[in-house]
Design a protein around this ligand. Structure first.
Ligand SMILES: Nc1ncnc2c1ncn2[C@@H]1O[C@H](COP(=O)(O)OP(=O)(O)OP(=O)(O)O)[C@@H](O)[C@H]1O
Length: 613
């Protein structure tokens, strides 16, 4: 019975293995078509170099061929990956396709490959061996999925910039994914060669690459079972055709293309997304709050924080120019450990550019900046994060297809330990470390009041909850400096007030906080020091009381008698941009027209002690 279906079953396994080589990079958001090239390098080299089954026995001969093929596939991926890993999307696809085509042409014109006639290879592979190989590959990706490494790849796929800011070395992870793809494609090439008996360079052409990609995409690139589902579907179409007596050759590519279209339009996660995706929640602790905000899990990696009062940020003459626009000019600023510094200023004042320079996202044009001992501008973003800088973004940069808990788990990248290889071996220490990371994530969610939303997809959260989730994700790395870019945007008064209390409680724990906010009232209430930027320059810096009555600040916000009226509400501490921009105001319904010079102080500062909460 099984033998009757041996051929389609073998091709399902082979197709799935090939699709896994695409899945390996799709999971990190990379689109590569070079896998056919890796497979052909592996297949021809192994066939030429591996000993004959007559000399060493069939299975050892196949195993040696697999080892040769996977090694050469991985090496080819390193050679191709090093110069191309900085490419994204379609550019990477074109470069890798070019490589595969070049390999095909070289093999086609080489004598040792038999040219267009191809190379005869003994059939050693059986259906059982093919499925064992598939099981090993699927196991690899299954165990990878919930490891720290697997989560980092998913984070890169969802938002590369945010992943960098969480301390993930994107270049290294992308190259690792590419090399895995090379090895898996190499495995496919060898198994294919030792099954079909005769291999020709044409077996690994553009059409083969597209078929592998379609199989992976149709199956789904976000769940490890996707390639298997895709391959089963692709291989079974001709079998079903035969069963119902319709032999037309166009049906399979037509249905595959149709399904690809349906998947891209309506089912971005592929067939695998129809299967339920579970978010593993941490085991509840005895305090009734799940992992709650209890003690720090003991298996997390250690973090060193600066002592109270130690310098955290030093900016000297820092400037950034975009073409002729001076976004930031000549800023001198020192932030000490434990301070809560509010950065305010009208739209376009240069606040985001300044914090982008501090977090290493944007290199300065002039001056120098040292953050937690690291010279930013010359240091990659993930290393700045590793030094202890964590941040949220003005426009939320969550990993939208991941749950709230998974988002925060990525945030814990820097304090959690690598677990993938230990997960492959089911070592208890890997489970313990994963549990510690889960507890850390749950603790951070609890701290921002999102414990109940742990299993909810980030994209399904309300706008205010998304902003809180970003804060939880930023906290998970246990930073020394937390940068918040307009954290209260989109929040109502109650939420903003709760957020203000949270920021003060974080500061009471010793965290240094730098935050941009248009809600001036909240800034004055929350900060120990306020820095005001206008046209890229610091126009004032001091205590909330000083800033609230500083004439230069009031003029920057309200303009002078000669200016056009501006919209905003002093009473709400929320002011629109005097330069005409569109500030995200906290309470749109309370916005009133304010004549220039209508008030002589901003929102009076709250005198509540900082650590009262
Ligand atoms: N990547 C860029 N390329 C060109 N100009 C830029 C770039 N980023 C910022 N700018 C310009 O730099 C100036 C400062 O922008 P920035 O976003 O830092 O201001 P901001 O104070 O954060 O404003 P907002 O409150 O609206 O976020 C603006 O004139 C802006 O147009």
């Amino acid at each position: 019975m099984l033998l009757e279906y041996a051929t389609p079953l073998t091709f399902i396994a082979l197709g799935a293995i090939f699709a896994y080589s695409f899945y390996a990079v799709l999971i990190a958001g990379q689109l590569s078509l070079g896998q056919a090239g890796f497979a052909s390098v592996a297949a021809f080299s192994a066939a030429a170099l591996a000993p004959s089954g007559n000399d060493v026995g069939e299975v050892p001969a196949l195993l040696i061929a697999v080892a040769i093929g996977m090694t050469l596939g991985a090496l080819a991926a390193v050679v191709l990956g090093l110069p191309t890993m900085h490419l994204r999307g379609v550019f990477l696809a074109i470069a890798t396709l070019g490589f595969a085509e070049a390999v095909r042409v070289v093999l086609l014109n080489s004598e040792w490959t038999g040219g267009a006639q191809g190379l005869a290879v003994p059939r050693i592979l059986t259906v059982g061996m093919a499925w064992i190989a598939l099981a090993v590959v699927a196991y690899w990706f299954w165990r990878m999925g919930r490891s720290r490494y697997g989560r980092a790849l998913e984070a890169i796929r969802e938002d590369e910039l945010a992943a960098r800011s969480m301390g993930i070395d994107v270049g290294r992870h992308r190259l690792a994914a590419f090399v895995t793809a090379g090895a898996v494609a190499g495995l496919y090439g060898v198994l294919f060669a030792y099954y079909v008996r005769l291999i020709a360079p044409g077996d690994f052409d553009f059409a083969a690459a597209v078929e592998g990609l379609v199989t992976a995409v149709v199956g789904g690139s976000t769940m490890f079972l996707g390639p298997l589902l895709g391959s089963g579907f692709q291989t079974m179409i001709p079998e079903l055709q035969r069963a119902v007596g319709v032999e037309a050759g166009w049906i399979r590519p037509f249905l595959a293309s149709l399904l690809l279209l349906v998947v891209i339009l309506f089912l971005p996660g592929g067939l695998a997304s129809l299967l339920p995706r579970r978010t593993r929640l941490p085991a509840a602790s005895g305090d009734g709050n799940g992992a709650g905000d209890g003690n720090r899990p003991s298996h997390l990696a250690a973090r060193r924080h600066p002592a109270a009062g130690e310098t955290v940020v030093t900016l000297v003459g820092l400037g950034k120019e975009y073409g002729g626009v001076h976004a930031v000019r000549d800023v001198d600023l020192e932030v000490r450990s434990g301070e809560v510094v509010g950065l305010i200023g009208p739209n376009g004042a240069g606040k985001t550019t300044l914090v982008n320079m501090i977090s290493g996202l944007v290199p300065p044009s002039s001056g120098r900046a040292t953050v937690l001992g690291v010279p930013v501008g010359r240091t990659p973003v993930h290393k700045v994060a590793a030094a202890g800088v964590s941040r949220t973004f003005q426009h939320s940069k969550l990993f939208n297809r991941l749950s709230a808990l998974e988002n925060v788990l990525v945030g814990a990248h820097l304090v959690s330990r690598p677990t993938f290889l230990r997960r492959l071996l089911w070592l208890p220490s890997a489970r313990r470390d994963e549990q510690a990371a889960l507890e850390q994530a749950a603790r951070c969610l609890h701290r921002v009041g999102l414990a109940d939303a742990a299993g909810t997809r980030a994209s399904a959260l309300s706008y205010g909850d998304q902003r809180r989730l970003e804060i939880a994700r930023a906290l998970a790395s246990e930073p020394s400096l937390l940068i918040l870019d307009e954290p209260a945007a989109g929040m109502n008064h109650v939420e903003a007030s709760t957020l203000s209390a949270l920021i003060r409680s974080l500061a009471a724990d010793g965290l240094t906080i730098l935050f941009i906010e248009h809600n001036v009232g909240m800034v004055l209430e929350t900060c120990t020091r306020v820095v005001v930027l206008n046209f890229g320059e610091v126009i004032a810096s001091g205590t909330p009381q000083d800033i609230a009555s500083d004439p230069a600040v009031i003029e920057a916000y309200l303009g002078t008698e000669d200016d056009e009226p501006v919209t905003g509400s002093v009473a709400e501490g929320t002011l629109a941009d005097p330069t005409g921009g569109s500030a995200e105001v906290m309470a749109a319904d309370s916005v009133a027209n304010v004549r220039p010079g209508a008030a002589d102080t901003l929102e009076p500062p709250d005198t509540t002690p900082r650590n009262a909460s």
